[in-house]
Design a protein around this ligand. Structure first.
Ligand code: NAG
Length: 259
């Protein structure tokens, strides 16, 4: 297993151990990953294989999860070997991608050139630092976007406009925040959740929020689990945006009982 957060040329040659290797690539949240295969030599015999995951996978959990992924399931995870070589230029759907391989023949392997390119409309992203401020937007689209932070966090909502603004203009009245977000015209909402692993479907939905409030929320949400996520569900009927900040919990706040 290897994590790479810088672009550049990389190559892998098997040592003959047949171990499963994973190269976890991460760019900035507002970037995509472009992977160009400059060489590819992996025999299918004895199960030699390279897989490109459009996201990250750990312990069988995928980010983004299959439902929130913009691509159909067969394109989220693709395998290659022998004459079936990867397309020369591959572009991920978010700031993370994973190359897994198991190569049995010593000396076989592959080379890639990795570039980070601007994502004009970031949706799903993994965040690598434990402190920050971030904005999720749907740009009026029907899609679900998640920021996954790989740390326990205390999350404070700074500004929320979810399930309210039906056009690209601001509404004067402040509705405030609500926890009942199912309406006839959709169930646009934010979910602030924590858990072990990446799969947002496996996390308890304790904090569901929608409404309009342009001042920071007084209360903070403590997520004492290994990973923290803010997920925005959008029906496509509203221009949703949420800005939140997050800081690591103090020791007394670290309570994993709800994970
Ligand atoms: C977004 O998530 C909601 C519930 O979590 C689901 O009902 C809806 O189909 C999802 N939308 C898309 C575009 O995947």
């Amino acid at each position: 297993m290897h994590m790479e957060s810088l672009p550049g040329d990389m190559s892998f040659k098997a040592d003959g151990s047949g171990a499963v290797c994973g190269l976890y690539i991460i760019a900035k949240p507002e970037e995509l990953i472009e992977i160009e295969f400059t060489s590819f030599d992996i025999d299918c015999e004895q199960g030699g294989l390279l897989a490109i995951v459009d996201g990250w996978e750990l312990n069988g959990q995928f980010f983004p999860n299959a439902d929130d992924h913009p691509l159909p399931i067969e394109e989220q995870y693709r395998t290659y070997c022998g004459v079936k070589t990867p397309t020369k230029r591959y572009i991920s759907s978010q700031n993370v991608a994973l190359i897994q391989n198991r190569i049995l023949k010593p000396g076989q392997g592959f080379s890639i050139r990795v570039k980070f390119i601007k994502n004009p409309q970031p949706c799903n992203a993994v965040y690598m630092a434990d402190t920050g401020i971030y904005t999720l937007k749907n740009y009026g689209n029907r899609r679900n976007c998640t920021l996954a932070i790989i740390f326990p966090e205390v999350v404070q909502l700074v500004a929320v406009d979810v399930g309210v603004t039906a056009e690209r203009k601001s509404i004067e009245a402040e509705f405030g925040l609500m926890n009942k977000c199912e309406t006839n015209s959709g169930s646009d909402m934010i979910e602030v959740m924590g858990g072990y692993g990446f799969d947002t479907q496996l996390m308890p939905r304790n904090h569901v929020i929608c409404g309009l409030q342009s001042t920071p929320a007084k209360s903070k949400i403590v997520l004492g689990c290994e990973n923290s996520v803010v997920r925005m569900v959008s029906s496509g009927k509203y221009y949703n945006t949420v800005t939140f900040q997050f800081t690591p919990p103090v020791v007394e706040e670290l309570d994993s009982s709800s994970c």
